[in-house]
Each structure stands twice: as structure tokens, then as C-alpha cells.
Design a protein around this ligand. Sequence first.
Ligand code: ADP
Ligand code: MG
Length: 496
Amino acid sequence: MAQQVQLLTTVEEFIKKPHQHYINGQWMPSMSGATMDDVDPSNRQVLTTVARGQAEDVQAAVEAAGRAFRDKAWRLMSPGSKSILIWRLADSMAAHLEELAQLDSIDMGMPIRQAQYGTIPMAIDHMRYMAGWATKIEGETIPVSAGAFFNYTVRQPVGVVGAIIPWNFPLLMAVWKLGAALAAGCTVVLRPAEQSPLSVLRLAELITEVGFPPGVINVVTGYGPEAGAALAANPGVNKISFTGSTEVGKSIMRTAADRMTRVSLELGGKSPNIICADANLKRAISGSMLGIFMNQGEVCSAGSRILVERQIYDQALEQMADYAKNMRVGSPLDPKTQMGPVVSQEQFQRVLGYIESARQEGATLVAGGDKMVQAGSGFYIQPTVFANVTDAMTISREEIFGPVVAVMPFDTVEEAIERANATEYGLAAGVWTENVRTAHYLAQSLEAGTVWVNAYHVYDAAAPWGGFKQSGFGREMGHHALDLYTEMKDVWISLQ
Ligand code: ADP
Ligand code: MG
């Protein structure tokens, strides 16, 4: 049995608690009294139960957020004081880093080392970066010719933000939305995914200790089609910030249209990753394998279509197969684990279904291709590599959101561009080449919100993130994120 990280006592105690909604600074059960189970994907056991929110719970949270938005305690709090509060929350997250890492790891299967050294530190950095922006949201003075006027703009918070987030990076996704919304002066109702609410609920406890006024941040748990849909439809919400599937994103946009609720959407992907013949192959292979298998492939920007220039195709394929076969798949709490279980029974079946479709459509399996029974009763799937995949096959077109990659050869850069862009998605893309012209040419030509050259899966709080095409719109991270949470007002002062 592998050595596992010992759960902290605070984590064990936290899990056992009844998990309620956090509304107006208070913990409260669902009005209906209903709860839902939260499952540990590494053993399929029920980890704990969580309040199952419905429209009436969402309504209470939205009212609290609306009151907090209008209340002077938050509205008139100076930007400097807001900045300090957000920074303090980051400090508190840093002080509880291990706890938050363990919670994400057991709740959705993230390898503990990734949580400790990657995801949670990134969430803390993000909070700190956004704390700085609270004091830097500036307007402009406009030299108008319409008469004797002093004309200036101010950027004001959009109001109550409904944030709906997925289960793949539970804490980080929450922070991407909270950081910018709070810096802009909004108030928030946050609905974590039903599969992984725990780290966000712990964050809510830290929020209370840090001293945000009640109602500035509220958390309602529940199922997507219940609590999530109710939040998107609530008339008291001024803006919906959603990360999840393209399908649900579209339904949210339709709902939002009725009240002109602002929306920003970070949706699915089928990101191409192009390896040219002149690439540093060693780096390209390990980077591309990280590109698909990080976080069990449960990443919207996973490099799930690898296009390899034909001269090096066989060699690259062999190295990818070796890499995949040698990955350490196992308990998320084992520090040696590189890939944990997928999040749920539903996701497990979905991913296995895609593997089956690839076999039936004639792709060549070179690594993995099955569930892992030896790893116990969890939702473990082998890192899977399919070769000779055509653009028409299901695994080339649909987002799998699991550890399955499609590898295919190409002959010219123009062909690679055309095929890379032949998708309804446009979130991210990877390029591996030592040729500076090819690198820039591909970076310009690929239809994606982010292009990584000789790297994959690098993120920074300062670098804008979001999609082209059906991968959504709006940019989270960087100062662009503030545009999502502010309205511009133009003021005319007559000088006569
Ligand atoms: P995934 O397949 O990755 O779970 P989803 O788009 O289904 O992607 O889920 C992303 C988030 O959207 C989750 O928090 C989920 O609970 C929520 N969600 C699902 N259905 C709806 C809906 N109809 N309205 C609002 N949110 C929803
Ligand atoms: Mg869970």
C-alpha cells in the first residue's frame, strides 16, 4: 500500500460537519430541509452530505447580496480597505493551504501534490493579484467638443454576481470569479458544483473570520439544474459568471437574455497541440502528456488533439505510449500519484464510452484503453492514447474531459492550421517548434484564446484567459477580468 498523506484533524472534522448554505454571514440548511450526497471518487463512498438548495434558498442569498451591495458598509468602503480585506483572505488561504489542498483532493480526485504545489498556490496568487486591482480601477477624462463641459467616466460595480463553477478545480474556479468581482466592488452568490463543494464551504468559513460584511459573499450548494438554474434565472442577479460545458453555457445565455443579465462564459474545448518535426522532442512529449493528463484530463484546455508532423510521427507516438504506460495512477492522497480517479460515476461512464467509440470507429489504441480495477473501487481510468485518429471520429470532435488523447499525423503547417481550427471550440492551443517563424505564424493563425509555444498548461493571474468561438467569451484573469464586473458611466458637468 502506497504511503498516503494523513488527513489533518481539522479536515476530518470539517468533513463530518453538516454542510449548509452560507447566506448573509450565517450558516443555514435548505428551507426544504433536503440534502445531497457528496461522493469520494477514489472509493465511491459517501464522504458527507451537503444542503440541496432550491430556488427559495437562492432567492434568500440573492436578497442578502443585493442588500449588501446597497449597504454603505461595502458600497462606501474605500478601495484601500477592500484591497486589504481581499489580501487578508489570501493570507488566510495561505495559512490553510494544506487543508484546502486535502479537501479538493478527496472531493474530486486531484493528485495531492498538484493541489499543494500547483492549484491552491495559484488560487492564493490570484487573490493577491486581484487585491491590488481594488485600488486601480480608474476612469478617464474625455475632451468633448459638444460645448463647455467637463466629461469623465467612472467604472462602477455591476451589482450582484451569480457565479456558477465546475468541479474540476473547485477552489481555483471560485477564486477566479470572487477575486475580480470583489475587487470591482460587487457582491456575490457562489454556487459550487455538486460534486465538489467542500473547499468553497471551507473558504466561506475563512471569509467570515477575515471580516467581510455579511452578504458580500454567499454560498448556495445544490444541483446544477436546481440551484444553478435558479441562480441564472433570478431577477436580482445582475451578472452571471459561468464556467462549465458549452451546452449549459448556452442555456444560461438564453435565460439571461430575458433580463439582459450580463454573462461571461468559460466553456468547453477540444484544444489542438501541434508538434512540428523540428521540435525538441523530449520537451514536446512530456509537455504534451502533461497537456492531456494533468488533472485526469478534466481541464477545459486539455490538449486533447495532438497533431504530429509525419517525419517524427512514429517516434513521437512510441514515446507518448511509453509515457502514458508509466504514469502513476492511484490514490489522490498518495504524493507519488500523477493521475487520480475521474470525478464521478457519470464521468467514468462517459469517458469509457468515448474510448469504446474510438475503438469502434477504427482508431488504433497504443496505451491504456480501460478502467483500472487494480486501483480499487474508485473511478480510475488508464491514461489512454489513440493513434491514427481521423478528424471525423467522435474523439476528434467532442470534448471528453478525461484522460484520452487523439494523435494524428500532418504533412504541412498549413494543413495543421486548417485541421487545428476545424472545431467549434477555441479555448487554447499548443505549438512545439524550434523555428521562430513557425512559432509566431502558428500563434497568429490558431483560433484560440491562449496559445502556448514550447509549453502547455501555464497560467498566471496577470495573463488573460478565455475562449474564441463556442469556448465562450469574456476574459478572466489579468486586468481584463475587471471589465466583466464593472459598468462604465459617463458624466457630463456643464461648465457654463
Ligand atoms: P460538466 O459536464 O463539466 O459538469 P456542466 O456544464 O454540466 O459541466 O457543469 C458546470 C456547472 O454548471 C456545474 O456547477 C453544474 O452543476 C452547473 N449546471 C449544470 N446544469 C445547469 C443548469 N441547467 N443551469 C445552471 N447551472 C447548471
Ligand atoms: Mg465529491
